[in-house]
Design a binder for this molecule. Structure first.
Ligand SMILES: Cc1cc2nc3c(=O)[nH]c(=O)nc-3n(C[C@H](O)[C@H](O)[C@H](O)COP(=O)(O)OP(=O)(O)OC[C@H]3O[C@@H](n4cnc5c(N)ncnc54)[C@H](O)[C@@H]3O)c2cc1C
Length: 522
């Protein structure tokens, strides 16, 4: 759903410093096929919504089981979060195991680890069996802290969790790269890869098996029933099927599952740099602030370093360009920068207990399955969701069903604490978001500047493009009525409540909303 027309601008700007426009390394280095929109009524066994890692892997697996499958995307394939990830394939998901031991139990923590390992093994097997040319390389993953404060204690406790659970991590006090750390946990046997080259293979195999793919087909709602029905935006026709698999990142349908109160969107920022000094291997993530993530990638014989971090809740920061600048400073000091060919940002969803939600959308709706809330670990969790949903549809047992069930009971304290803070944000955005802004006017806006302004007596969102043309939109999110905020680096309107995003002219860039922002006459 994002716009690739900025390719040339990005390449030119890269010869100097930070690229002017957001463009992902993965998308820039993968040629993907195009598919038509759905043009008529369709009856199919399985309808998969969303062509990211969840949807494509599920479509592939279900087609392999002999199912008749159609895959739909509101925009282009692999242009959601999967196209903008950092693509570490690891079961080291930050500091998760101590958290799970404390807030759930030991048995769940070890099951979580085994699930991530199973997904990683599946991906590795796919690559090996099919000789997929996707820069797959085994790496050691490191989670580290630079300072002595609270996070150091948390890291020590995470190490203790590794020991207790039998996770083969090792405590180290230095890293292969020149970052001074107080401590780190090294987990060998993890991997990095090129996610789009891997998923392109699965997508093409899916097509060979007779799978249907439709792009630019926005599913607006799903009507539950013995045979669910997908309603398509602006069309009279629809899709009837036996089972729906939602791989749409934010679930395509809520069905009273209250996902809007349970999922939180977090954005973060990424650079692909060519460094002055060779990168010595490994994949890194900090446990303390500021958050940083590092890994390398090879394309056309050249080494790139993918540097990420600086996460924050979607829609709550306007001056987002500074996050790229911070990453640039960090990479420059660490490795030296020859150039920065690509920069991009993306968001992922978090559940209240930090575990993915995989399974029936609600316990009484066995014909609609969802995979969501991967907390920035969707390479393994998205793959796992596809495996689990395939098992559930095929009537097979899966040992992780209860752990990741969207209907699971979450630890009470955690649930209350997080839900209160999340819903306070939603309520605040619904109520005060409408009042709380600077009374700027259209005339105050420079070219290539956007802001909330006071326009014809109303709070509106405005962006003045580089040619001086003003684009004005109603800032009420069409999903649930929260107020969107300006995102300077991506030139988009982002919603802090559920992560909906819109272009400066109001078109939907990212769900859950399906309707554009209302344009206002300038
Ligand atoms: C900056 C960043 C770095 C990350 N790094 C890592 C990492 O190193 N390792 C890791 O494991 N994970 C990482 N993740 C997480 C991982 O990238 C995501 O969890 C994963 O890509 C999500 O995949 P998905 O298939 O669920 O969603 P997506 O890739 O977003 O795909 C969803 C698709 O659904 C479509 N869609 C949405 N609504 C509709 C609708 N109504 N109708 C039709 N189609 C619809 C969208 O257009 C989109 O193409 C990172 C995430 C971020 C944000």
């Amino acid at each position: 759903m994002k716009d690739d027309t900025n390719k040339d601008i990005t390449r030119k700007a890269a010869e100097t410093e930070l690229p002017d426009q957001s463009y992902s390394f993965w998308r820039a280095t993968t040629e993907l096929p195009s598919f038509p929109p759905l043009r008529e009524e369709l009856d199919v066994e399985i309808a998969v919504v969303g062509a990211g890692i969840t949807g494509i892997t599920a479509a592939y697996l279900l087609a392999k089981e002999g199912k008749q499958v159609a895959l739909f995307d509101a925009g282009k394939v692999l242009d959601g979060t999967t196209g903008y990830t950092t693509a570490k394939v690891t079961s080291q998901h930050g500091l998760i195991y101590d958290h799970l031991r404390k807030h759930v139990d030991d048995q769940s923590a070890i099951l979580y680890y085994e699930a991530a390992e199973e997904a990683k093994r599946f991906m590795q097997q796919m690559v090996e069996d099919n000789q997929i040319d996707c820069d797959w390389q085994e790496e050691t993953a490191y989670v580290y802290v630079e300072s002595d404060d609270k996070e150091f204690k948390n890291l020590e406790q995470e190490m203790e969790a590794y020991r207790e659970l039998g996770i083969p991590g090792e405590w180290v006090e230095s890293l292969p790269i020149p970052l001074r750390v107080k401590g780190a946990i090294a987990l060998p046997g993890q991997a990095r890869f090129h996610p789009l080259q891997y998923l392109k293979f699965l997508l093409m195999e899916f097509r060979v098996m007779g799978g249907q793919v439709y792009e630019n087909t926005m599913i607006e709602e799903v009507e539950d029933g013995d045979r669910p029905r997908l309603l398509i935006q602006d069309q009279e026709f629809g899709v009837t099927c036996d089972k729906v698999v939602s791989g749409s990142h934010y679930p395509v349908t809520d069905q009273n599952g209250f996902y809007f109160a349970r999922l939180q969107p977090q954005r973060s920022y990424t650079l692909a740099i060519r460094a002055e000094t060779p990168f010595e291997g490994g994949m890194y993530i900090s446990a303390d602030e500021p958050k940083h993530s590092l890994r390398s990638a090879t394309f056309d014989g050249q080494q790139y370093v993918i540097v990420g971090g600086k996460g924050h809740r979607t829609g709550q920061e306007e001056e987002t360009t500074m996050h790229y600048a911070d990453l640039e400073t960090f990479s420059g000091m660490l490795l030296g920068i020859k150039d920065i060919p690509y920069r991009w940002s993306a968001q992922d969803l978090y559940s209240l207990d930090r575990m993915p939600c995989i399974g029936y959308v609600t316990s009484d709706k066995p014909n609609i399955l969802v995979g969501t809330a991967y907390a920035k670990w969707g390479m393994t969790s998205g793959t796992l969701a596809a495996i689990m949903m395939t098992d559930m549809i095929m009537g097979r047992e899966n040992r992780y069903t209860d752990l990741f069930s969207p209907s699971r009971k979450m630890p009470l304290l955690e649930r209350i604490k997080t839900a209160v803070s999340h819903n306070a944000t939603v309520a605040k955005e619904l109520v005060t978001g409408k009042l709380d802004f600077n009374r700027r006017k259209a005339d105050d806006l420079e070219p290539d500047q956007g802001a909330i302004i006071w326009h014809h007596g109303k709070r509106t969102g405005a962006y003045r493009d580089p040619d001086g043309k003003l684009h004005v939109v109603d800032t009420t999110c069409t999903h649930m009525g929260c107020e969107v905020g300006w995102n300077e680096a991506e030139r988009s309107w982002d919603c802090p409540c559920h992560g909906g995003r819109f272009s400066y002219t109001g078109e939907v860039l990212e769900g859950p909303p399906t309707e554009p922002l209302k344009q206002i006459k300038s």
